[in-house]
Design a protein around this ligand. Structure first.
Ligand SMILES: [Zn+2]
Length: 466
């Protein structure tokens, strides 16, 4: 999936990467480091104490320690961020803040009120917390597997820490006067650029792993090139790829992979190149070196997890009519009820019974293209003639209405009114880069393409010496 329309700042959130075990482990003891980092930043910003420099150095040293003890000491360090706080961070042992820490893991079907009650807090305490809008907004989004840390003092909430992202947390502290104060703490992430190049010996994933590429990056690679290469059928031994991609670091530790910045894939002798580019109007997409979108205006397949049961054939014997009749489309066998996707953006021009086709939708895509979807069991509700649909949007469900031997989708593609084979016709690219950004894009891509060439040469040279 390409994250279209995202901007550079949000890149990290758009990565397809799932948290790895390692990153989860990092995350587990991370938040104390975050807090310490946050306090240290605060101390620096405030710059009020005469011994400020001394005092703020300490947490930075602590922050480097990957030891669980850091977490144990942390409550001492994160009392309210006042001027006294900074002093409290200094190495001298200070009394623990009152109360007991509870670490609540959010469970499936959990709610904040259950978490509070498990930690011995009343509904009134929950109400006190959620009457603050910031706290309420963030605590609404808790997700199974996340943890919320609560310090409970005499049946009252004294402190709450919720890491809603790997580098972002909500911190609630009870002030000396008894009210709760919330604060959002964010530690900036650092992006580093790395690269990998490999020749495929076994599978794409194994070859990628052998050069240190995570499955998440490999998945993104296959998404980028998946419009041109069928990664299930087309990959051959000897195919090769080079990828330049981001790695995201927090406090010097890698937390996850970022986006692919540029990549090349050589499949059966054919070279494909892609460059990630965010235009000045903040649209991000992958483009060829010529500025064409890597995406196509049409999906190759309107039904996921299906099997082609009949191909485009102008001299086929019809299975029901039992005589030669052109099969001007492709049949996808799939269970009744399987969603059918619009293969391109367009407008519905027919929705209804259409003779032997049964329940049928026809979509017009601009002036040149139209697609037809037949034998549906039902239409997606809300769609009618004139409705606009987006590529990949579900328009109906597989069935066997009309003349059909079993549940399948009969799919047709017409170019200028002529039936074409959807499996082999050359599909047009999605919107290319607007002309006014071409110079900026070329400037951006030139260096990346040169880098890819250098990497390929280096890895070839290495292979030669081995
Ligand atoms: Zn058919």
């Amino acid at each position: 999936m390409l994250d279209i329309g995202s901007n550079r700042k949000k890149n990290y959130n758009n990565t397809p990467n799932l948290p790895t075990k390692a990153s989860m482990a990092v995350k587990k003891h991370l938040h104390w480091l975050l807090i310490l980092g946050g306090v240290s930043v605060l101390g620096t910003v405030m710059g009020v104490l005469p011994h400020n420099a001394e005092a703020t150095r300490a947490p930075e040293i602590n922050a480097e320690l990957p030891l669980p003890e850091v977490a144990a000491q942390a409550p001492t360090a994160i009392a309210p961020a006042t001027t006294e706080t900074v002093a409290a961070i200094a190495p001298e042992p200070k009394p623990e803040p009152p109360g007991v820490w509870h670490e609540a893991t959010v469970m499936q079907g959990d709610s904040l009120s259950r978490i509070f009650s498990r930690s011995g807090l009343s509904a009134q305490e929950l109400h006190r917390v959620t009457s603050d809008k910031t706290s309420a907004d963030y605590l609404k989004k808790i997700f199974p597997g996340e943890t919320i840390k609560l310090r409970v003092d005499e049946d009252q909430l004294a402190e709450l820490v919720y890491d809603y992202e790997i580098n972002k947390s909500l911190h609630i502290v009870r002030s000396e006067t008894g009210e709760l104060r919330s604060e959002l703490i964010e530690i900036p992430l650092e992006t580093r650029i790395t690269h990998a190049t490999a020749t495929i010996n076994d599978s794409l994933f194994l070859s990628a792993q052998s050069v240190g590429m995570s499955d998440a990056v490999t998945m993104e690679l296959s998404n980028i090139f998946g419009w041109d290469i069928d990664f299930a059928l087309d990959i051959r031994q000897g195919d090769s790829f080079t990828a330049i991609y981001e790695e995201v670091y927090l406090h010097g530790e890698k937390v996850r992979d970022g986006n692919i910045v540029a990549a090349e894939f050589i499949n059966q002798g054919e070279t494909y190149k892609a460059i990630r580019y965010t235009s000045p109007d903040n649209r991000t997409d992958y483009y060829t070196p010529e500025g064409d979108s890597m995406r196509k205006a049409f999906l190759r397949t309107p039904v996921a997890f299906s099997r082609i049961s009949s191909r485009f054939d102008l001299r086929r014997k019809h299975p029901v009519l039992n005589r030669i009749r052109a099969h001007k489309g492709v049949d996808y066998a799939a269970p009744t009820g399987t969603p059918i996707k619009a293969t391109g953006d367009g407008k519905i021009v027919h929705r209804g019974d259409k003779g032997g086709y049964g329940k049928t939708i026809v979509i017009q895509h601009g002036n040149t293209y139209s697609t037809l979807y037949a034998h549906m069991s039902s239409y997606k509700s809300g769609l009618k003639v004139g409705s606009r649909v987006k590529q990949g949007q579900t328009i109906g469900f597989v069935g066997s209405s009309g003349l059909a031997t079993g549940p399948h989708l009969h799919y047709e593609l017409q170019v200028n009114g002529v039936h074409r084979n959807p499996l082999t016709v050359k599909l047009p690219n999605a919107e290319p880069l607007p002309k006014q950004y071409m110079d900026d894009f070329k400037q951006h891509s030139k260096q990346l393409l040169a880098q890819i060439d250098t990497m390929k040469r280096t890895s070839l040279a290495l292979a030669d010496t081995q």
